[in-house]
Each structure stands twice: as C-alpha cells, then as structure tokens.
Design a protein around this ligand. Sequence first.
Ligand code: THU
Length: 151
Amino acid sequence: MGVSDTKLARLALEARERAYVPYSHFSVGAALLCADGSIYQGFNIENAAYTPSNCAERTAFFRAVFKGQRNFAAIAIAGGPEGEDATEWCAPCGVCRQVMREFCDPSTFRIVLARSDGGLRTFLLRELLPESFGPEDLGREGAAYATEERG
Ligand code: THU
C-alpha cells in the first residue's frame, strides 16, 4: 500500500496533540489506514457526563465508516498524559477492539502501538481479541454488510 507503520505512527502522534481531554488529561491519537490507502485520524473526545466519551480509535473508525470506508488494513495508536511525550504503550480498550472486529479481518488487521521516541509494537487483531464474536457469527448477510463499501 506504500504507507509505512512509521508514517501511520507519526499521524497518530500528531492527532493526539488535538485530543479533547479536560477530565482524564490522558490524550490518545489514532491513524487508521484503509485498504485504498487513505488514512483517517482520530483522538479521544471526553464529556462532562464521562460515559459519552469516545476513544481515539472509535473516532477514527466512525469518521472513516461515515465516508463509506469498509475495508481497513491497520491502525496506529499513541497515548499518554496530556502535554507529555507518549513514553508507554497505549493498547486499545475492549470496546474499541470490538468495533475493529466489526469491520476488520482479525487475522490480517494490524494494530500498531506507537511511542513518541519512535518505538513500535505490532499485533494482529486476533492476538488482542481472541475467540471473538463478529458479523459472520450472525450469518452471511451480516458479514457481507460489514465489508461492503458504501458512499
Ligand atoms: N482512551 C483512548 O482514547 N484510547 C485507548 O486506547 C485507551 C483510552 C481514552 C479514553 C479516555 O478519554 C482516556 O483515554 C482515559 O481513559
């Protein structure tokens, strides 16, 4: 596809700088690579009522799905205390893993954890969400719907 993990990580770190995190002061950025080579960034958006908060990964996915994307190759994620370098790995929460599962093949979709110093750790979705439940478990119609591109 021509988009390196290093570039995807840089875009996740860049998105992280604009996160809306007045409550946790923990900023996360994500960069989602689509099968067609396009990239959607996301950051976490928190809320005074706390539970409506949205993670960086889901912001990126929902932006992409809204634009008609249904096929994804990889996501880079970087997170840490607001205003500081991301010195630790920030793995996706369980809810975000399940959202990835809706649209991605667990055997091929790659999750790239990124640190500010350039460090990268890569996993397959199936490693972070084993024995998962997805659209095809509800029948072939659901599986087709999840992967069909819509404009
Ligand atoms: N968060 C993300 O956006 N992605 C992750 O992978 C982990 C957690 C957000 C949710 C919340 O806004 C803040 O980080 C602290 O949990």
